[in-house]
Design a protein around this ligand. Sequence first.
Ligand SMILES: C[S@@+](CC[C@H](N)C(=O)[O-])C[C@H]1O[C@@H](n2cnc3c(N)ncnc32)[C@H](O)[C@@H]1O
Length: 220
Amino acid sequence: MADLSKYLEQREKLKSYMENEANRDVLCWYEENAQLYEQSFHSFGFEYHKTVMSAVLKHVKDKNSRILDCGAGSGVIGEMLVENGYHNMDALDGSKSMLDIAKGKNIYDKLVCATIGTKPIEAIETNAYDLIVSAGLFAHGAVYFESIPVLMEHLKQGGYFIFDIADYPGEKINRLLSIQRFKGLAVEWEKKGFCRLISEERGFHSHQAHPNSIMTLHKM
Ligand SMILES: C[S@@+](CC[C@H](N)C(=O)[O-])C[C@H]1O[C@@H](n2cnc3c(N)ncnc32)[C@H](O)[C@@H]1O
């Protein structure tokens, strides 16, 4: 049974770690609060996972696609992928206790615990996936856009990377992760012949309040 008040209290701590861009503290938070996250997720009113799932259904029609769920956490997106007929999935996350919950759901083939940064992730094959999906991964103190080229190494040519960016215009927490900054980087990546932004869908991060954008990058 979800203890939403406890989750909200813990979330304030997470928010302060994020504002301080304290990656170790953010990952420790997930490590310590994995069960609470899992129990409270659906009561909190998040919407971002639904918007990411809609973009996957729109852009990736082949249900046999090989998928890497980056920042898979407790497997929220993985469960939705399975409900929608996808089945060939691996999970990557920096928190072992989040992955332990995901493992119990029996939806992923391989689960890899590794921190996503700007160094190659050796435990994951390169040029192997048709789709990389991430939901709720790009956040201060968590993962920044600079990790996108590293993650895309794991995609096959012609593969897609679909992910959300929460839009908090004017807020302190939006410094490095603004949609405007992402689009500037995407123009540079396209000029280098690396990948192309093929779609942006607008949705909501949570509670039908904070908007978000779901980006689809196509590896060239
Ligand atoms: C908001 S949760 C999203 C989980 C899941 N995708 C969902 O929609 O419920 C963010 C996840 O990213 C993971 N994470 C944060 N920073 C990370 C990093 N630098 N490397 C790997 N995983 C990270 C956390 O452990 C957590 O499971």
